[in-house]
Design a protein around this ligand. Structure first.
Ligand SMILES: Cc1cc2nc3c(=O)[nH]c(=O)nc-3n(C[C@H](O)[C@H](O)[C@H](O)COP(=O)(O)OP(=O)(O)OC[C@H]3O[C@@H](n4cnc5c(N)ncnc54)[C@H](O)[C@@H]3O)c2cc1C
Ligand SMILES: NC(=O)c1ccc[n+]([C@@H]2O[C@H](COP(=O)([O-])OP(=O)(O)OC[C@H]3O[C@@H](n4cnc5c(N)ncnc54)[C@H](OP(=O)(O)O)[C@@H]3O)[C@@H](O)[C@H]2O)c1
Length: 236
């Protein structure tokens, strides 16, 4: 468990084939309801992607337990060594090789931050080679639910071009880091000043957050093609 209701799962392909991916992509887990109807759920790949994943290498996902959820029951009941059926990778919520922006605004709530964890090695390369800046606005209820917080903090400390703003919706802990904010991620857009001339924004996680932040960014005149979205809606 990496938070009270979030499990970090590590899987290796049973058929021995490679499963490489582009950071930001997801896999789909296939299972059946009690009545036998087939269904599937999507999970973003969370690996720190610093090399192509070959045969036998593991993929990682972070699963948020939704009360009463069907896939939640599947994952909660999975023992170490257990198997799931899955397909992928899928998706286009990725850094694009053709981007010439000066800054990425990465915005997430809950497990929506995992694509950005996967992107960290690529972002380090872009910082070094293209001189980009990055701001990560990460929303969670409290410090205990702030996924991969220590890793993002350490990355920001090592890369001055990467600013890390955790946004806690239910209040700040004692002795909070000066970059920690109290509220929803979209409340701090004005502070970072979205800039149509140089920003590309990524929004991932809670669908209500994605919609609210999308509208707020449009009001700052950020062109829609410069706003990329992944909503964690249930696919049932
Ligand atoms: C592209 C994509 C990537 C995703 N990546 C991840 C990921 O990396 N990690 C992750 O945990 N999830 C991710 N999701 C969401 C995930 O696919 C499931 O929808 C989620 O885990 C709930 O599945 P479930 O079967 O347990 O709940 P369901 O049986 O589908 O839902 C049970 C009830 O809870 C509601 N519900 C579903 N999800 C939520 C929620 N997040 N908050 C509040 N209520 C909810 C449903 O509307 C329903 O009423 C992603 C979704 C998409 C589309
Ligand atoms: N303590 C709890 O109540 C608790 C803890 C863990 C999980 N859960 C349940 O588990 C499921 C998934 O939880 P999750 O933590 O993975 O994801 P989540 O419910 O999307 O919450 C993640 C963060 O997003 C915030 N948020 C909610 N609506 C928002 C909006 N419109 N704009 C911006 N931010 C918004 C939440 O704040 P607020 O919640 O403060 O509004 C929280 O800080 C949900 O069903 C949730 O209710 C509940």
């Amino acid at each position: 468990m990496i938070a009270p209701t979030v499990g970090h799962y590590v899987f290796t392909r049973a058929d021995g084939q490679p499963l490489d991916f582009i950071p930001g992509q997801f896999i789909q887990v296939h299972f059946s309801y009690a009545d036998g109807t087939a269904t599937r759920r999507s999970y973003s790949l969370a690996n720190l992607h610093d090399h192509a994943l070959g045969p036998g290498e593991s993929v990682e996902i972070a699963v948020s337990y939704v009360p009463g959820g069907s896939a939640t029951a599947l994952f909660e009941g999975l023992d170490i060594g257990g198997e799931v059926q899955a397909s992928g990778p899928f998706g286009r919520f990725c850094l694009q090789p053709g981007d010439h922006n000066g800054r990425y605004l990465l915005i997430a709530t809950g497990t929506g931050v995992t694509p950005y964890r996967a992107m960290l090695p690529a972002l380090a390369t872009l910082i070094r080679e293209r001189g980009i800046e990055v701001i990560l606005l990460q929303g969670a209820r409290n410090l205990g639910e702030l996924l991969y917080h220590d890793e993002f903090r350490a990355f920001a400390d090592a890369h001055p071009e990467f600013r890390y703003l955790p946004c806690l919706s239910r209040g700040l802990p004692d002795a909070a880091h000066p970059e920690m904010r109290h509220g929803y991620v979209q409340q701090f857009l004005a502070e970072i000043g979205p800039d149509p001339a140089r920003d590309i924004a990524y929004l991932c996680g809670n669908p209500d957050m994605v919609d609210a932040t999308f509208e707020a960014l449009k009001e700052t005149e950020l062109p829609v093609p410069q706003i990329r979205r992944e909503k964690y809606v249930s696919s049932k």
